[in-house]
Ligand binder design. Structure first.
Ligand code: THU
Length: 163
């Protein structure tokens, strides 16, 4: 038996204004997208904004459905939009934010497991890290250097190969 530990380090800022201007823009784009979320069932509004290597920003927000599982999280709306429209442009970063009148803890919302797996797919495809910024309603920010850190011991394409 060998115990193995995984080290994970991230940064926390009291305010997004401490971050560079272009990151601030990305965070505010995510907040903008959040306000356009279609979340009539949960009232939990989530926004995501992705910046590509050429500076293009692609936004997404959660889209719900009366048949509940048919909806999709903000992160996947955004990243699938990048996959569909800008397949050859590496992603530099994704900003995510959420708000809800009924059950907001005040903490930045962290992406669900399915979104982590979906974002990881594109990080592995482009072979360079996607930085993750999580913005709280009170403007605090968590910065995670890459999606893979959010999904240790993940499943990916190499598990599907025969050799
Ligand atoms: N949601 C997201 O958009 N992203 C997350 O990371 C967590 C959850 C959405 C899905 C659903 O529309 C609502 O938030 C409540 O779960």
């Amino acid at each position: 038996m060998r115990p193995i530990s995984i080290h994970f380090e991230y940064k926390r800022y009291d305010s997004y204004t401490e971050l560079p201007q272009e990151t601030q823009h990305l965070l505010l784009a995510a907040r903008d997208a959040m306000h356009r979320a279609y979340a009539p069932y949960s009232q939990f509004h989530v926004g995501a904004a992705i910046v590509l290597d050429n500076g293009t920003v692609v936004e997404g927000n959660n889209q719900e459905n009366a048949a509940y599982p048919s909806g999709l999280c903000a992160e996947r709306v955004a990243i699938f939009s990048v996959g569909a429209n800008f397949p050859n442009h590496p992603i530099k970063a994704i900003a995510i934010t959420a708000s809800s009148a009924s059950y907001m803890s005040g903490e930045p919302v962290t992406p669900c497991g399915a979104c982590r797996q979906s974002m990881l797919e594109y990080e592995l495809k482009q072979d360079s890290p996607i930085e993750v910024f999580l913005l709280s309603p009170s403007d605090e920010v968590i910065v995670i250097p890459s999606v893979s850190q959010l999904l240790p011991l993940h499943f990916d394409a190499k598990n599907l190969r025969n050799s």
